[in-house]
Design a protein around this ligand. Structure first.
Ligand code: CA
Length: 233
């Protein structure tokens, strides 16, 4: 079955260039010139693997669209495109649930590589590991159900994106061990990820908001200064 992608961009030449290249790479592509049109397409078809969202759109912008998509779809991979290179835009995009971020002007080849990498990630059933045969892993008050891909805290389910789930998987498999950020990036985003290491920190910040009692003084995902993070279940 062909993989499906939704390209949301109001500038026709850019949108068509992206769509053409994705089709050449065997993707099933739908195009939307606005967030409003994208929402219609998403309502008709929930089976998109990846969505590429431009930030600057007429009407609703790409950030708001991203937030809306994430409200009822954690499985889709989301890449944000922006003409702005400011760090705070990037952080905003990632903190509202995007998985990746590219700044215009970008190389279509690199965008394609990132779409493919993201699709592999969201489509993967589990990070390869010795724990493959265990369906449920327990750590303190948390339980990670690998079959349903749901994290529970005191039997309450917590909504995670696929990327967040994979980070939790990595933590659960390395309980008490300090993980260097580069390792987290490599295991979750893939070895050929071109992006910024900060994407790890942004996802950790988002995870803390979801799982910690007090996100500002975390007791489960601990920071190892100048190195990375350590899970203490
Ligand atoms: Ca635009």
């Amino acid at each position: 079955m062909s993989k499906r992608v939704l390209v949301v961009e109001d500038e026709a030449p850019i949108r068509e260039l992206i769509a053409l290249n994705l089709r050449l790479a065997d993707w099933n592509v739908d195009e939307a010139e606005s967030a409003e049109r994208a929402l219609e397409l998403l309502a008709e078809n929930q089976s998109y693997d990846v969505a590429i969202l431009d930030v600057m759109l007429p009407g609703m912008n790409g950030f708001s669209l991203c937030e809306l998509i994430r409200k009822n779809n954690n499985a889709i991979g989301i890449i944000i495109l922006s003409a702005k290179s400011q760090e705070h835009d990037k952080i905003q995009g990632l903190s509202i649930g995007a998985d990746d971020y590219m700044t215009k002007p970008f190389s279509v080849t690199e965008l394609l590589a990132r779409v493919e990498a993201l699709c592999r990630r969201v489509g993967r059933t589990a990070v390869e590991s010795d724990f493959q045969n265990l369906d449920r892993i327990q750590s303190g008050v948390f339980t990670l159900d690998k079959k349903s891909r749901i994290l529970y805290k005191n039997d309450q389910s917590i909504d995670l994106t696929q990327v967040e789930f994979q980070i939790m998987e990595l933590f659960f498999e390395n309980q008490g061990t300090a993980l260097v950020r580069e390792k987290i990036l490599e295991r979750v985003w893939g070895e050929n990820y071109f992006g910024d290491i900060k994407i790890v920190d942004v996802n950790i910040r988002r995870l803390r908001m979801k799982i910690e009692d007090e996100p500002s003084s975390p007791q489960y995902i601990l920071t190892v200064w100048g190195y990375g993070y350590r899970w203490k279940g």
